[in-house]
Write a protein that binds this ligand. Structure first.
Ligand SMILES: [Mg+2]
Length: 294
């Protein structure tokens, strides 16, 4: 890679606009990443098959992290696809952290007895389309789950109570942009990002600088696992409550904010590489900030 960067990004509400799932506002910056051969690792609560479809649209052929850190998957022939710990998984190779979906659904049935919740496994494709705004093909892919169950809960329910009930069952519940997600305990985006970073670093000469971008509480562990954490505002322009050293705030929600802030990080790293006479980049993370709900 020309610049020693590795970028992890959430999708919904981050690289993709919350309502339309468009990445139009980021296209120019995505082109720059391709030109500089900087790996962009999609790190999402979306399923393996949804992300594969999106990688096709983005022209990406990189490893990716599905279902909130459930697994890291490698495209066939990728330099990392034969790493220790990668196993065959539905025609792909992957490092798996998540519990099987059947186990998660079993535990979800218990949760459903205590709370008025409804998961993807209870919904028809039409219902998933209704709640997500995805088209039929995308909603069908979203229903093909490996590790996690996204679910709706009543507006007056306390998500903390459901998180406690999940923990009592040896699982965890985390909040994304639209849903709560039930998954294995110890599984999160941060763990998968840390492992992916380690794998990339092993194959790379010189130190890699990691960047992470997200918009919701389920992105917190990912943002804590990277050197340059970036938080995007939600569609209502407020920021999720996160207190992370060096946190940078994107100027706009979705693809437009993503494109602008990633472009500025590329400029900054390229400039420092130049200043350092190509002896290796340093990124100043002295500008510290945190976001709180307004
Ligand atoms: Mg998101």
């Amino acid at each position: 890679m020309d610049l020693p960067l590795l970028i992890f990004t959430d999708l919904d509400g981050t690289l993709l606009d919350h309502h339309t799932y468009s990445f139009q506002g980021a296209e120019q910056t995505l082109r720059r990443l391709r030109e500089c051969s900087i790996p962009l690792i999609l790190t999402s609560s979306k399923t393996r098959t949804e992300i594969l479809k999106l990688q096709e649209r983005l022209g990406l052929n990189e490893p990716f992290i599905s279902e909130n850190g459930g697994g890291i998957f490698f495209p066939p022939g990728h330099a990392l696809s034969d790493v220790a710990g990668a196993i065959p998984f539905n025609g792909y190779r992957g490092v798996v952290f998540g519990r099987p979906y059947a186990v998660i659904r079993g535990a979800f049935a218990d949760l459903r007895r205590k709370f008025h919740v409804r998961g993807f496994g209870d919904m028809t494709v039409d219902e998933i389309m209704h709640h997500t705004g995805l088209n039929r093909e995308e909603a069908t892919l979203a229903a093909q789950r490996d590790f996690t169950e996204p679910f709706l809960f009543p507006a007056d329910a306390r998500s903390e109570e459901m998180a406690e009930a999940a923990a009592a069952a040896g699982l965890a519940a985390t909040r994304g942009g639209r849903f709560l997600h039930l998954m294995g305990a110890g599984q999160d985006k941060g763990r998968a990002v840390a492992e992916a970073t380690r794998l990339f670093q092993e194959k790379t000469r010189g130190r890699i600088i990691t960047v992470g971008l997200g918009d919701a509480p389920n992105d917190l562990p990912m943002l804590q696992a990277v050197e340059i954490p970036v938080l995007l505002p939600g569609p209502d322009s407020t920021f999720a409550d996160m207190d992370i050293p060096g946190l940078r705030l994107a100027p706009f929600p979705g693809s437009r904010g993503w494109g602008m802030i990633v472009a500025s990080i590329l400029d900054e790293v390229a400039r420092q590489r130049c200043d350092d006479g190509n002896t290796g980049p340093r990124v100043h993370t002295a500008a510290r900030g945190s976001a709180h709900n307004k």
